[in-house]
Design a protein around this ligand. Structure first.
Ligand SMILES: Cc1cc2nc3c(=O)[nH]c(=O)nc-3n(C[C@H](O)[C@H](O)[C@H](O)COP(=O)(O)O)c2cc1C
Ligand SMILES: CCCCC(=O)C(=O)O
Length: 323
């Protein structure tokens, strides 16, 4: 997690001057959707831990800011309720469940509710070793549950033995850790929605994603929550962008905390970024309005960086903008 942040801080900008920057334009199109800014909400579980109305508020605030919302498999509100309060594009993040009938139902509901892409998270065959969750015996509040999995039997609300995390126990029960590249054909055949792979950190896997007819990759080390010591996502971005060679969009997440960071990611070849923890913090503080404020702050900072680097259009942002 620290290395993700350090990688952003290490980048320096090369501003060009005497360029007409009277009206920088931060808007983009991404996988068929128009966005006011190349930013999306990263999938994070259980937004009702941060706000009583959970993902419904996140969707409202994200729509106000003209950004994208990637809804987690572990959303704590139904896909239908989230869609009803969304004013912008929604994508659904998937974990590959052992129960393929359940996975299929999730995809069908996303299609029916108007979700416009799927994001398969591939860095979590098992949950990472999260020592704090083990020490505090992490379990969900009895009020909370994964609203889209009909998993009443999941025992997520029950603390287990000392040193056990209910999340890790549930992941071990529910996730299929045996899937390989060959299994992607099944998902590809299930739906016509675009599919992106989240959690790619190498050129080799990015090439396999292209060969597997995936529609995008999200370069991510899961915010440092999975493989401790993995390469920072901003560093991995360079080799992934080079390998993909513009054939499919590359997104990145991990410690994006300002509009300058958004600019840096785009200069290194990302088409958009996802933001995780700041969404939960702003949701806890101010609900949907808090999320909208945070995303508009990122947008203002991004526009400011475009102006002061002399790159008034998103298409002008390339690696000539960084030292
Ligand atoms: C509390 C929390 C829950 C998360 N839940 C999910 C999830 O359900 N699915 C997923 O693909 N990633 C999940 N992630 C990872 C995020 O999507 C993202 O990759 C990571 O947080 C990096 O972004 P950040 O540094 O801006 O937080 C979670 C991250 C956090 C902090
Ligand atoms: C069982 C997975 C929980 C959500 C997740 O991906 C995370 O906590 O990072």
């Amino acid at each position: 997690m620290d290395a993700n942040r350090t990688a952003f801080d290490a980048v320096r900008l090369r501003p060009r001057v005497l360029v007409d920057v009277a009206e920088p334009d931060p808007a983009v199109r991404l996988i068929g959707s128009g966005l006011s800014v190349p930013v999306g909400v990263a999938p994070t579980a259980y937004h009702r831990m941060a706000h009583p109305d959970g993902e419904v508020e996140t969707a409202r605030g994200t729509g106000v800011a003209g950004a994208l919302f990637v809804v987690s498999t572990f959303a704590s509100r139904t896909l239908e309720d989230i869609a009803a309060s969304a004013a912008g594009p929604l994508w659904l993040q998937l974990y590959w469940l052992r129960d393929r009938a359940k996975l299929t139902r999730l995809v069908r509901r996303a299609e029916a509710a108007g979700f416009s892409a799927l994001v398969l998270t591939v860095d979590t065959p098992h949950l990472g070793l999260r020592r704090r969750d083990l020490r505090n015996g992490f379990a969900l509040d009895p009020e909370l549950a994964p609203a889209n999995l009909d998993d009443q039997d999941a025992n997520l609300q029950h603390q287990g033995r000392d040193g056990e995390s209910a999340l890790a126990r549930h992941a071990a029960q529910a996730f299929d850790a045996s899937i390989t590249w060959a299994d992607l054909a099944w998902l590809r055949g299930l739906t016509t929605l675009p599919i992106l792979l989240k959690g790619v950190l190498t050129a080799e896997d990015a090439l396999l994603a292209v060969e597997s007819e995936m529609n995008g990759v999200i370069v991510s080390n899961h915010g440092g929550r999975q493989l401790d010591g993995a390469v920072p996502s901003l560093v991995a971005l360079r080799e992934v962008v080079a390998a993909v060679g513009g054939r499919i969009p590359v997104l990145v997440d991990g410690s994006v905390r300002s509009g300058r960071d958004v600019f840096v990611a785009l200069a290194l070849g990302a088409r958009a970024v996802l933001v995780g923890r700041p969404v939960l913090w702003s949701l806890a503080v101010g609900g949907g309005d808090g999320v909208a404020d945070m995303l508009r702050l990122l947008t203002r900072e991004f526009v400011q960086t475009m102006a002061l680097t002399g790159r008034p259009r998103v298409a002008d942002i390339d690696d000539s903008a960084i030292a």
